[in-house]
Structures are given as structure tokens and as C-alpha cells.
Ligand binder design. Structure first.
Ligand SMILES: CC(C)(COP(=O)(O)OP(=O)(O)OC[C@H]1O[C@@H](n2cnc3c(N)ncnc32)[C@H](O)[C@@H]1OP(=O)(O)O)[C@@H](O)C(=O)NCCC(=O)NCCS
Length: 169
């Protein structure tokens, strides 16, 4: 795993295009440009600026030279909160091999080490058992259900919120 770079745009465009149908039930609405190399270059340029500002960090997951997923720590808030939100995805073809579990663990290590954070939060759709397992296996605890929490796949959807605190997990 390594931080995303602008030069990764062709790989990201290929991945989001091949996973478009798989990820649609978990994603906000995406403009067509999101699935193009130019659109991904713009996304990655914004990410690079956000990483420099310390507000958002994306790590890419590579398997035998292929880009197969990512983990993003976003909404980094400092001060007395020292918290961020985690989002992640792994290509359907390589699901069930422990890749997301490993990748989330890697980003937890970064967040609670170099990242200097105290807390990570993640929200999953209520029926996204796979994602809930990934969080549980990484020491996240369930906070509860947040009603109509995120606009996903065309509606405001309830999410189960999880957190992990630096000292636990
Ligand atoms: C969720 C996601 C990241 C999981 O990736 P992955 O690499 O397959 O995850 P892992 O292999 O590390 O772990 C998956 C866990 O779910 C379990 N699982 C898989 N399919 C399942 C199913 N249909 N029902 C219940 N559990 C299931 C696996 O057995 C494993 O748990 P275990 O180790 O206790 O057996 C991937 O499916 C994905 O990208 N989904 C779409 C996007 C998404 O949901 N992102 C997260 C938003 S919160």
C-alpha cells in the first residue's frame, strides 16, 4: 500500500470503471467525468492538496502490480477531536481474501502513528455485513445507527457507525 499520486489517474479510472456496478449501491451519485482519466486526475490533484493541508489521505492497495482498491481517511479534524472518517473499497474479483481487513489495519497503524490521530470513525449501510466484519476484525466498536446519515445510491440511508480509539483495538 502507498499514498495515492496524481500519476495514478489511469489506474484509478480503470478501477472505478470496472467496479462501477459493484460500488453503485455504496456510493454517492457520480458525474460521468468521475469515470475518466481526466476526472480522476482532477480528483487526485484535489486529494494531493488535501493531503498537504492534512485534511484527507488516500492509500492505494496494489496486488501483484494491479490496483485493486483504496482506503481514504477524510474529514481529519485536529484540536481536541483528532478524528477522521474512513472509507474503503476492494475490487469485487478479489473480495473475501482479507485484503480490506489488511488495508484498513495498515491505515489504522498510520493514523494512530504518523497521522497523530486519536479516533477513527466509519459508517456502513445497515446490511453491509462484509464491511462491518472488516471493522470488527480491526478492533472497531459499534456506536449505533445514525438515521438517514448519508446520501447513497439515490436516497438518505441509515448507517451503522463504528469507532476505534488509538489506545484500543
Ligand atoms: C466491504 C469490502 C471492502 C470488503 O472487502 P474484502 O477484501 O472482501 O474484505 P475481507 O476479505 O477483508 O473481509 C470480508 C469479511 O466479510 C465476510 N463476508 C463476505 N461475504 C459475506 C456475506 N455475504 N455475508 C457475510 N459476511 C461476508 C468475509 O467472510 C470476511 O469476514 P471473516 O474474515 O470474518 O470471514 C468490499 O466488499 C467492498 O469494496 N464493498 C463495496 C464497497 C463498500 O462496502 N465499502 C465500505 C463502505 S463502509
Amino acid at each position: 500500500m502507498r499514498p495515492a499520486r496524481v500519476a495514478d489517474a489511469p489506474h484509478m479510472a480503470a478501477l472505478v470503471t470496472s467496479q462501477r456496478t459493484f460500488l453503485a449501491p455504496f456510493d454517492p451519485p457520480r458525474p460521468e467525468a468521475f469515470f475518466t482519466v481526466d476526472g480522476q486526475r482532477r480528483e487526485l490533484e484535489q486529494l494531493e492538496l488535501a493531503a498537504l493541508a492534512g485534511s484527507r489521505h488516500r492509500f492505494l492497495i496494489w496486488l501483484a502490480g494491479d490496483l485493486v482498491g483504496w482506503v481514504t481517511a477524510s474529514n481529519v479534524v485536529r484540536g481536541p477531536f483528532q478524528s477522521a472518517n474512513l472509507g474503503y473499497a476492494v475490487a469485487r474479483e478479489v473480495n473475501g481474501r482479507g485484503i480490506a481487513t489488511y488495508a484498513v489495519g495498515h491505515v489504522c497503524d498510520w493514523a494512530f502513528g504518523e497521522g497523530g490521530l486519536h479516533r477513527l470513525e466509519a459508517g456502513t449501510l445497515v446490511d453491509n455485513v462484509r464491511s462491518q466484519r472488516v471493522l470488527e476484525k480491526n478492533g472497531f466498536e459499534r456506536i449505533g445507527v445514525a438515521r438517514r446519515y448519508l446520501y447513497i445510491d439515490g436516497d438518505w440511508r441509515d448507517h451503522v457507525l463504528f469507532q476505534r480509539i488509538a489506545e484500543s483495538g
